[in-house]
Design a protein around this ligand. Structure first.
Ligand SMILES: NC(=O)c1ccc[n+]([C@@H]2O[C@H](COP(=O)([O-])OP(=O)(O)OC[C@H]3O[C@@H](n4cnc5c(N)ncnc54)[C@H](OP(=O)(O)O)[C@@H]3O)[C@@H](O)[C@H]2O)c1
Length: 224
């Protein structure tokens, strides 16, 4: 399975402000690019905090993009995938309720059985992977066995870090907005515990472009 990380960050590497309310970073042109990328993949994944803080729909939104997928014999939207240790997601939220899409949740044995049952009743496919946190290699294998060949990982910071640590990411697409958010506690593109210098993750630049008239950049890297 090919894993593409996609995110938008400020010039100082933050993917949200210290308020953590899902600050807007993408330009209109970048929003369109993100929807097109979503429309081209089999599944879109986010971590538990992103789900709770942003309540994302994770759909392709535009009828023309849905139509293009349908014409290819695909469902209107890619599968939506959530990663949450205790299956802590809003049962009324847009992940569960919005869009015609397969919905998949990976949680652990710490998740309450009642919450899992309700999610299943709502049509969410629930997989138990791991004990203290979701075992991502196991989850990715499960996705591959469901036929998912391309996965777009949309954040946040912790999940991106964990995937990179485990060597699960293939590509990184990042829109750099000409904005500064600052703040030591604002989430950066890659969170987690960090790596010492000798373990720094290396990437190869595939393409860099000035992406819009606002001065945003689009950077495309491959993990080595
Ligand atoms: N600008 C952008 O492109 C962009 C995109 C997405 C998100 N964001 C921002 O990113 C912030 C959220 O990032 P975050 O780092 O706080 O959280 P996150 O990466 O969205 O979610 C982390 C959560 O994932 C769950 N998890 C379970 N097993 C895991 C594993 N093995 N590895 C990693 N995560 C695992 C846990 O959820 P439970 O707590 O449910 O157990 C953990 O708390 C928000 O401010 C959001 O707005 C920005």
């Amino acid at each position: 399975m090919k894993v593409i990380i996609n995110a938008a960050m400020s010039l100082d590497g933050k993917i949200d402000t210290v308020e953590r309310r899902g600050a807007s970073l993408s330009s209109p042109q970048d929003k369109r690019r993100v929807l097109e990328l979503r429309a081209s993949v089999d599944a879109v994944m986010v971590g538990g905090n992103t789900l709770r803080q942003e309540n994302p729909k994770l759909t392709v939104k535009l009828p023309e993009l849905e139509q293009q997928r349908i014409l290819k014999g695909l469902p209107p939207n890619p599968a939506k995938v959530a990663i949450s240790t205790r299956a802590e997601l809003d049962l009324q939220g847009d992940f569960v309720r919005v869009g015609q899409a397969q919905r998949i949740l990976f949680c652990t044995s710490l998740a309450p059985a009642r919450q899992i049952n309700v999610l299943k009743e709502l049509g969410v496919q629930v997989f138990l992977c791991g004990e203290k946190k979701v075992d991502l290699p196991q989850a990715f294998n499960a996705l591959a066995s469901l036929g998912i060949q391309t996965l777009m990982l949309e954040g946040g910071s912790t999940l991106i870090a964990e995937c990179i640590s485990l060597g699960l990411a293939d590509e990184l697409l990042v829109y750099v907005a000409p904005k500064l958010f600052g703040g030591a506690t604002a989430p950066s593109l890659v969170g987690g515990g960090g790596w010492v210098e000798s373990s720094a993750k290396m990437l190869r630049l595939v393409n860099a472009q000035v992406f819009d008239e606002l001065g945003g950049l689009l950077l495309h890297y491959q993990f080595l």
